[in-house]
Design a protein around this ligand. Structure first.
Ligand code: FAD
Ligand code: FES
Ligand code: MG
Length: 317
């Protein structure tokens, strides 16, 4: 991997699933005492926050499609987050995070000017960018954030980029302006019709294909069920379709096996073989089963966190 690892010094770490990380899975060595300052923090939508984080080496080295693994504090687990944008001159990367459980809730408590303990990356294979012609970029929900750098890079390479952005409702649609700048055309849909067309991204894609013919490539990032149905929609047309998988990760370096998926009948590790794969070959049902694997522990961790916060705020114990 041609990336740079930037992180605080590793310490023995038991994640919230009670798993002790092996020495190999510990964060690679890096400058002592280093933490990652949150330069700017903005709320984009209910429970969706944008963090601009000082991480100069990562900002210089990252390419579209890559991600980092973040640990908020000493007690925290590691979670993967896509580099949604970067400014090499300012030495910052942008993360857009949806609060879905304990770690993302702890992240949301960090103030602007605060820090994250570890930010490791850039990780994963970068998106293959070339001039293909017309490319459709589909972002669903928080998936719009990871799609942003890919659309930017595809447009910069001379493609006509048609972006389809989907959200449950208007308030949850993020980064529309950024995606308009990164695209030649943007089509918006919401489940409830509160903004754009009342439709699913697959309906908008089908209409587009009926109207304009086959694009040269489709990329989709969003909930696995959305990616599964995008891949189903493009298969009969034989449109090359890439999906970016959000499997559960621990170390992000191919050591733990947590992010195992099956693609074309073969075992792949999302962190080192992906995160992008041929959507027509991914076993989405298996991936969705594995994503739910730690559901009970995740619920318990969030409940413990909520109780702790409540005590700190002087509420009922
Ligand atoms: P939990 O309650 O622990 O988990 C909620 C759900 O999140 C789980 O059921 C599971 O499906 C998923 N999840 C939990 N732990 C992990 C883990 N260690 N790795 C992956 N998924 C997990 N989210 C964003 O908001 N923005 C992003 O840019 C983004 N990029 C990602 C890029 C990649 C390559 C991957 C694999 C995931 C990405 N995610 C992103 C998902 C994000 O990592 C999870 O939402 C986060 O780890 C949830 O942690 P939690 O403790 O708050 O929630
Ligand atoms: Fe451990 Fe991919 S996260 S092998
Ligand atoms: Mg968690």
């Amino acid at each position: 991997m041609d990336g740079v690892f930037a992180s605080a010094p590793p310490s023995a770490h038991v994640n919230q699933r009670g798993r002790t990380l092996s020495a190999a899975a510990q964060t690679p060595k890096a400058p002592t005492g280093r933490t990652f300052r949150i330069v700017k923090k903005t709320t984009l939508a209910p429970k969706v926050t944008r963090y601009v984080v000082a991480a100069p080496e990562i900002a210089r080295a990252r390419r579209a499609g890559q991600f980092v693994i973040v640990r908020v504090d000493e007690q925290g687990e590691r979670i993967p987050l896509t580099i949604a944008d970067a400014d090499a001159a300012a030495g910052t990367i942008t993360l857009v995070v949806q609060e879905v459980g304990k770690t993302t809730a702890v992240m949301a408590l960090q103030p602007e000017g605060g820090t994250f303990l570890d930010v490791v990356g850039p990780l994963g294979l970068a998106t293959h960018i070339e001039r293909l012609g017309t490319v459709v970029c589909i972002g669903g929900g928080i998936g719009i954030a990871p799609m942003h750098p890919i659309a930017q890079a595809l447009k910069a390479a001379g493609n006509q980029v048609i972006s389809i952005l989907g959200a449950r409702t208007k308030d949850l649609l993020i980064m529309e302006e950024e995606m308009r700048r990164a695209s030649s055309e943007v089509l918006v849909c919401t489940d409830d019709g509160s903004y754009g067309k009342k439709a699913l991204v697959t309906d908008v894609l089908n209409d587009l294909i009926a109207r304009q013919g086959k694009p040269d490539q489709v990329l989709a990032i969003g909930p696995p069920i959305m990616m599964k149905f995008v891949a189903k929609a493009t298969l009969p047309h034989k449109i090359p379709t890439l999906v970016s998988l959000n499997a559960i990760m621990v170390d992000g370096t191919g050591m733990c096996g947590g992010c195992r998926v099956t693609v074309g009948g073969k075992t792949k590790f999302v962190c080192v073989d992906g995160p992008e794969f041929d959507g027509h070959l991914v076993d989405f049902d298996e991936m969705m089963r594995r994503q739910r694997f730690y559901g009970e522990q995740e619920k318990a961790a969030l409940a413990r966190h909520a109780t702790h916060e409540c005590r700190l705020l002087g509420g009922a114990a």
